[in-house]
Design a protein around this ligand. Sequence first.
Ligand code: FCB
Length: 440
Amino acid sequence: MSDLKQFPSTFTWGVATSAFQIEGGATADGKGPSIWDTFSHTPGKVIDGSNGDIACDHYHRYPEDVTLMAGLGVDAYRFSMAWARVQPQGKGAWNEAGFAFYDRLLSELEAKGIAAHVTLYHWDLPQGLQDEGGWLNRNTAYHFAEYAAEVARRFGNRVKTIATHNEPWCTANLGYGNAQFAPGVADARQAIQVSHHLLLSHGLAMSAMRAVGGKAQLGIVLNQWTADPATDSAADIELAKFEYARSVQWFMDPIFKGRYPAFALQKHGELAPVVDDNDFKVIHQPIDFLGVNYYFRAFCSAEVPPRQPEFKLGKTDMGWEIYPQGLTELLLKLNEEYELPPIYITENGMASPDSVVDGEVPDLARIDFVKRHLAALQDAQAQGVNVQGYFLWSLLDNFEWNSGYAKRFGIVHVDYATQQRTLKHSALWYRDFLSVQKAR
Ligand code: FCB
């Protein structure tokens, strides 16, 4: 691992969370149900049978959590708004009490000098829209644009960035492709059509927010990886090429080039999405920043069972390979293929089976993980990639989707029975690291 050098003084340091994973307050003050409320309350969907009803109770404890962030010395906080909190049905009436919560949160952040980076959609579609077909229904994209415009109108001058979507790959492929996530559909054709509607909704929301005006930078957050063939067999090489095309280029090409990647389209064959004439014009418009979430690479083996990587640096509690050099490789590849706006690493982090012993959580593996990824990020910067910030996932242990509370990603430990927060060693390390970065 190369040593960490000084980052530019303008570099943004942050932590990230999302609404459903931390807020709780599932029915508080007029919030409507989302597909994750429904899904997590359906037996068998979440490994530990848990749900997001209370989660980290951030809905009530946000002042304490913002104080925690301020103590770490972060510049920025990335969080998402729960659409069903501010518009319970996903269309029609706004819920003023829901907006009031985000207003209070923003005031708290402003008071502590922490910049807000908002995501509009982190997977919690209002159930009312799901009842009308969810993201498979093209109309959902238009409802999303109305929600985006309303957020921009109310908060567009108080937040640093607004991302339309978080990881549309997951919404489409895990929500509609293999049923691991809400709404729990397993249908390849639907997954691909949904991915198109998500991209369309991104474009419509961008236009709607631009029309409102405001200071916030507008963009999108994509989960991305490099795809390495397991061997140099033709089959593995083809598989890796398809994986990169269907996962990374599938979302990047429409936004940056106004088309789907030909190779993925050809492989999808008759599963290719229905696209209206004007759609690419809507999707292909400038964005002010690109958010990249990086956790692991794709290791592509056509053998049965598939070959596994060597796991030279081990794996996380999710079973994900620790592969920091993939971040450098990904950023260089993106930089070569696209005319990129500034990049933020909007998520990076790892799950580990942490517990509090004598008041301490010595999560040394997480510190090593973050250091290695920051070094990988610097390697990319040194080779010309414009990365302007890094958000550690996550501030708090939280509801890790279909893994429930069993997987802990936080730099702050949460005891769910008492809601006690305890800084893990990684949080103390991050605090000290940031103070050194800022002192120089
Ligand atoms: C990402 C999600 C985030 C969290 C991390 C571990 O895919 O955006 O909500 O679950 O993975």
